[in-house]
Design a binder for this molecule. Structure first.
Ligand code: SDX
Length: 428
């Protein structure tokens, strides 16, 4: 027997259906509540409100569970590859070897971008942040593929845009980096796998032969898997709401890139390293910085700590922390900020302020340390997050469009001036 919930307001009782998900999560469906009662609900930051029903990613913040299409993140990070996980998220099932081979081959054949992209790059000053360059380059593709702007395109055309996005994002990301450091761009090398091709475009020089270190490529592949999707986070919700207006996949992904950029979201991985370096430069006094993070009147926050949903360990942080140790050992790299990070984590996990608020390290706390060990510069960290999150954004956009979700348009409670008459300025 399906459950219901009751809301009693203005002396009237309203009965609302309760939706139960496949993991027994419950939601009060308020879709018809305003029509029945004239009353809306208010939930700043959507902390308690579901925007959709989705079959892509499940996470349980209290238990620290994360699954892509039912597969635990720990198993995917350990056994899968980023392209296989991308296929799983976008198409719903793990691919056969033939399907994966064809998927990888299609992506490889679309890695090249129009030469005019260099003219767009030249329009940016070298101090431009790579995230701004990346979102601009993604938006620019609407000019090269105007057909993709038309709503309700046939499945094969949408799939071509999906392949083009997955194929060209590494090229855009690497070219944004080359632009920043004033080096000539490096073209895709289609004899390399996805991550090796990206690393080659990032670090090769026209004159030199550059060999990708398999340790680095494997570590990057694992990091991209761990970032691939995370249900209705800020940037994914942005992709869905922009897509709900029937804006193209390119425009929706560009919006997601810009939402991810913020330091409270994907920009945190850059902010974590800048914070750790600041603490190191300040003499490494972690107790002083912990006190600042707890002080109400101090805007400083312990970046990489806390999460809207995880009120236990972020399972990705646990995997990345171990990977950080492994990669640094394999590469023979020591990084003093790793010791500062571990010290901060140990102190925070013993501190009442953090324990009471259930603030644990999140995905961004250790990822920057690995990116740094892989030779990726700090300003490119959030670009790496975007590269990883791309298949998740695509999968969520595709699900929203296939389900014919309505255009997203939240309500509000108006708190401004009530009606008043205009007064001629001359007499004011
Ligand atoms: C990502 O949503 C996702 O899934 C995101 C993500 C993904 O994969 O897409 O997981 C990726 O964005 C991870 C989060 C990266 N951001 C950071 O590391 C920035 C630092 N963390 C915070 O700013 C904060 O924890 C948020 C933004 C992540 C979550 O903020 P909430 O849920 O809105 O919580 P809040 O700001 O209301 O904080 C609750 C309390 C407050 O104290 P009180 O007012 O109750 O006294 O906890 C405190 C906050 O001041 N607090 C922190 C803190 N985070 C929260 N205090 C110090 N340091 C922190 N990092």
């Amino acid at each position: 027997m399906s459950q219901t919930a009751q809301i009693i307001i203005n002396g009237k009782t309203f009965e609302l259906p309760v939706t139960v998900g496949s993991a027994d999560e419950e939601a009060i469906d308020i879709s018809k509540f305003r029509g029945q009662s004239g009353v809306i609900t208010l939930d700043r930051g959507f902390k308690n409100t579901g925007s959709c029903e989705s079959a892509i990613t499940f996470l349980n913040g209290e238990k620290g569970i994360l699954r892509y299409r039912g597969y635990p993140i720990e198993q995917l990070a350990d056994k899968s590859t980023f392209l296989e996980v991308s296929y799983l998220l976008i198409y719903g099932e793990l691919p056969t070897s033939t399907e994966l081979e064809s998927f990888a081959k299609e992506i490889t054949s679309h890695t090249l971008v129009n030469e005019d992209i260099k003219k767009i790059l030249d329009g940016f000053p070298s101090l431009a942040h790579p995230m701004g360059v990346l979102s601009s380059l993604v938006t620019s593709q609407t000019a090269y593929y105007p057909q993709s702007l038309l709503p309700n395109r046939p499945e094969e055309e949408i799939n071509l845009s999906i392949i083009r996005l997955l194929a060209k994002m590494p090229t855009f990301a690497a070219w944004a980096y080359k632009k920043k450091i004033g080096h000539p761009v490096i073209y895709p090398n289609n004899s390399l796998d996805y991550c090796s091709n990206f690393l080659h475009m990032m670090f090769a020089l026209p004159a030199d032969s550059y060999e990708v270190d398999p340790v680095v490529a494997n570590a990057l592949d694992k990091l991209l898997i761990l970032h691939a999707d995370h249900e209705q986070n800020c940037s994914t919700s942005t992709v869905r709401i922009v897509g709900s207006s029937q804006a193209s996949l390119w425009a929706s992904i560009a919006a997601g890139i810009n939402a991810l950029w913020g330091p409270l979201h994907g920009g945190a991985n850059q902010a974590v390293i800048e914070m750790l370096e600041g603490i190191k430069a300040d003499g490494g006094d972690t107790k002083k910085w912990m006190a600042k993070a707890k002080a109400k009147d101090d805007p400083f926050r312990l970046m990489g700590f806390g999460h809207r949903v995880y009120k236990n360990f972020d399972p990705r942080a646990r995997i990345i922390k171990k990977a950080a140790d492994d990669v640094l050992n394999q590469l023979g790299v020591t990084d003093p900020v790793l010791d500062i990070a571990k010290g901060l984590e140990e102190e925070a996990l013993r501190d009442d302020y953090f324990v009471e608020r259930k603030l644990y390290p999140n995905v961004d706390f250790y990822s920057g340390i690995i990116y740094r060990a892989l030779g990726i510069p700090t300003e490119m960290f959030t670009v790496m997050f975007a590269l990883g999150r791309l298949p998740g954004w695509i999968a969520q956009w595709k699900e929203m469009r296939e389900k014919g979700e309505p255009i997203g348009r939240p309500r509000q409670i108006y708190v401004g001036e009530n009606e008043r008459d205009y007064v001629d300025t001359a007499k004011r």
